[in-house]
Design a protein around this ligand. Structure first.
Ligand code: HEC
Ligand code: HEC
Length: 418
């Protein structure tokens, strides 16, 4: 519903823009808790008739059901709750196959639905059903699934929808990199999320991929620092269009740790907004350069794609977020045994290992891009960090960085401005 309003407004904006200054770019703006996020489209006006925004299967689902421009092209728990309340849990977002904790969950009454869809309502999580690969180095020794569904044929892993924007900077598609291309991804999404009974037509697939590929999204205005592309700064989505990128652009011997260069001009900001702007500039420098163990790693070592924050060479990394030790009781835990070593691992989501079948890939996920963060809490593949404060707190503990209170505040101000 929110989407429809946004699209109507967009058409208006586009109409006005065309009337006054002809421009190939459409601009969408949506408020979020720390300011306003904006999306530009290099493909011209964002067409609400594009199959991305149409029902593409048998259960009423659209790509837009889980990738809402107003929520950073993903969904947030707040957005999900609003849709639940407005529809009694019948909005197409709420479908048992992957919206519920198990496809067998009771969804017959509003209260049953509130319980069945609780991971979606509380953490914005979608159930992804994936098998243990046939030639895996590990076997599934035990399943502890509070919902009594998961087996080796179909593990239930609960993941945040990734944003369908800024995709030019994405070198591996999906948290575990299992899709080789946006076209196959769209086919899979129509089949698995929308339960499509037929394949997308070549035309539908091309239109979806073309729409997604032309989108650039970033925070454009901050409640305390003002417009993020003012006074020499290069925040907002516009500069992303011309941001150089190719796989491996910032890896190897020539890698530059100054990955983000958007807010350096604000280091000496003056005037009323100076304190907030200087904090963002300091946060950017911390992100780029503040070294922590092991071996002088900084945030920008992994998040190395210039001004985007994804990993330019498509690395998969474990931060230990799916280790059983961090499990909340509402997530399944899987016990994996490695045939070679006999070693046992317990995890809520094997991540990359469900694609490669390799023990060393258990718990590894891709390094996501970091723009438009303010619009799309919670963070990490499993939504375990409710806020950006929680993200920074997690890293500070995980890597024993030893950030001071002031450094944390600066880093958070920077992340909010992305
Ligand atoms: C039910 C919710 C839902 C629907 C509907 C949905 N997606 Fe997604 N989408 C997700 C989830 C969850 C992920 C992450 C899955 C994973 O990594 O295992 C995702 C990931 C993606 C990604 C990967 C982005 C990246 O950075 O790797 C793209 C692209 C995408 N979706 C496009 C689409 C398209 C196109 C459609 C419609 C054909 C669609 N989605 C429908 C939930 C949804
Ligand atoms: C060792 C590599 C590595 C380092 C160093 C690193 N990150 Fe990450 N970052 C990742 C990976 C991998 C993920 C996804 C992890 C997951 O969800 O399991 C991630 C996720 C995130 C997210 C969540 C994005 C989203 O869409 O959910 C934020 C925000 C973030 N990192 C910020 C930072 C900051 C700030 C630092 C420095 C304090 C940092 N990262 C250091 C690898 C790294």
């Amino acid at each position: 519903m929110a989407l429809r309003v946004v699209l109507a407004l967009l058409l208006l904006v586009v109409a006005v823009a065309h009337a006054h200054h002809p421009t190939p770019q459409a601009v969408l703006r949506d408020p979020n808790p720390s300011g306003v996020i904006a999306t530009v489209s290099t493909g011209g006006a964002i067409d609400p008739e594009n199959p991305f925004f149409q029902s593409v299967g048998s259960n009423g689902r659209r790509c837009g059901s889980c990738h809402d421009p107003a929520e950073g092209w993903t969904i947030t728990p707040g957005g999900a709750r609003a849709r639940f309340d407005a529809s009694g849990g019948l909005d197409p977002l709420f479908r048992f196959n992957d919206g519920a904790v198990s496809p067998r969950a009771d969804v017959s009454t509003v209260e049953a639905r509130r319980s069945a869809y609780r991971l979606l309502l509380e953490r914005g999580l979608i159930r992804v059903g994936l098998p243990v690969p046939v030639d895996a180095e590990f076997s599934l020794d035990a399943v502890d699934d509070p919902y009594g569904y998961a087996t080796a044929r179909e593990l239930s892993v609960f993941r945040r929808p990734l944003p369908t924007t800024n995709l030019r900077f994405v070198t591996s598609i999906m948290w575990d990199g299992r899709e080789p291309a946006l076209g196959t991804q769209a086919d899979g999404a129509a089949r698995d999320h929308a339960l499509s009974l037929r394949a997308l037509t070549a035309d539908e697939r091309a239109k979806i991929v073309s729409l997604e590929s032309g989108l650039y999204t970033a925070q454009i205005s901050d409640n305390t620092a003002g417009v993020l592309d003012a006074d020499g700064a290069r925040g907002g989505p516009g500069p992303l269009i011309d941001q150089p990128f190719h796989p491996g652009i910032n890896s190897g011997a020539t890698a530059d740790r100054a990955v983000f260069t958007l807010f350096a001009p604000w280091a000496n900001a003056r005037g009323r907004l100076a304190p907030s702007r200087q904090a963002i500039a300091r946060g950017e420098a911390i992100f780029n350069h503040r070294a922590f163990r092991p071996r002088g790693v900084s945030c920008s070592t992994c998040h190395d794609a210039p001004n985007a924050g994804s990993n330019s060479s498509g690395a998969f990394v474990s931060l230990g977020l799916s280790d059983a030790g961090l499990r909340t009781p509402d997530l399944p835990v899987y016990t994996l045994r490695c045939a070679g070593t006999g070693g046992v691992m317990r995890t809520t989501d094997p991540g990359r290992a469900l694609v490669t079948g390799r023990c060393e890939d258990v718990g590894r996920f891709k390094v996501p891009a970091l723009r438009g963060l303010a619009a799309r809490a919670p963070y990490f593949h499993n939504g375990s960090a409710e806020t950006l404060e929680d993200v920074v707190e997690f890293y500070d503990r995980r890597f024993s960085i030893g950030l001071t209170g002031a450094e944390r505040a600066d880093l958070i101000a920077f992340l909010r401005a992305l």
